[in-house]
Design a binder for this molecule. Sequence first.
Ligand code: URA
Length: 433
Amino acid sequence: MNIIEIIIKKRDGKELADDEIAALIAEYTAGTIPDYQMASLLMAVFKNGMSDRETASLTGAMMRSGHILDLRPVGYTVDKHSTGGVGDKTTLIVVPLAASLGLKVPTMFGRGLGHTGGTRDKLESIPGFRTVLSEPEIIGQLNTVGAVMIGTSEEIAPADRKLYALRDVTGTVESIPLITASILSKKCAEGTDALVLDVKTGSGAFMKDRAGSDKLARLLVSIAKLMGKKARAVLSSMDQPLGQAVGNTLEVIESIDVLRGNGPADVRELSLILCAHMLALAGTVRTFKEGLRLAARNLDDGSALRKLTEIVSVQEGDVSFIEQPEKFVRAPIMSDVVLPSRGYISGMDTYEIGMAANLLGAGRMQLTDAVDPAAGIVVHKKIGERVSPGEPVFTIFTHRKHCIDTAVQKLIAAVRVSKKRVTPPPLVSKTIS
Ligand code: URA
């Protein structure tokens, strides 16, 4: 394979052959193609796109770059995956909820990067919780508990780990075929049979406009099907953070609140919708509506919370933190953020809110950065709500005194206020199956 010829072919808008894509990924994973040549190719893909055949081929090559879990001893498995957002803690709710309804859920997730949070960081804020399990442990736990919640390992789709890190520093993250191959290579290597995709749209999503998110959702569903998976996607709003909590322990506490039948309405609603789609995909309910009813029942009667406690216990986390969330350590600095103007919240730059949370210590700019589990933001006012003089819109939590002023300025600049009340955007705007 001649990498220069491949770069030129893609630069000139031509289609790459399956064997070229396979060799490219194998050689890049092995370290024989340098980052500067792969960066050039990624930019050519970013600019010229890929056909569906090329995207499927790339997904397969990335999936085969490492170990593929064999979950056949478990039976039928269903997972959910979000394209990434701010305050998106639904995995912590949906996975135990779906398992409490008899589904087998082998969920595998990454750490937060850039403005988005990561489920792995959230779960690791529970003392002792193990996010790394061996394949026999995964299979055993799926058979006994019904769910595993684990981090992507070095062995699963290693090509994505390298490619994502490179995309992150070369301005090539927001590419529909590259996002599709990145997500589906990991999910296919994880071995799930069916997948519900929560495709975020709006200022806090990778694809900020509805048309781009819609295109991403359709491509994810069609490539997942080509890879032999049953799949559905919902387009959900990232025009504002999901729920009120942004930051690792804050989000775990909010998830427990939702699992207790309380918590913000949007987090509850999206969790029920995603779970109902998982039940429908698995064929355990006849209609989506029946799935919604069963999901609401198991959320309200405590079954889902009991299942989370079971998962945490089996994965060696300290369950007393689930039973008494007030045990989580709070950040020493807590400060309210007040806007200079009054009126109704008419819009939010959710990306900037995610970046402010990072500055406070909740996230990382590089994979090697440490996160502060207690750092984050509580969002008191959402789009359509009125703000009176002196009322806080956010409360920040941090150990980093030196970052407070910049984070507060970011948060104030991230909120638009109008004299007239604005209708909030719909939580879920579309379902693609
Ligand atoms: N999530 C992923 O796993 N990959 C992307 O490229 C974007 C979001």
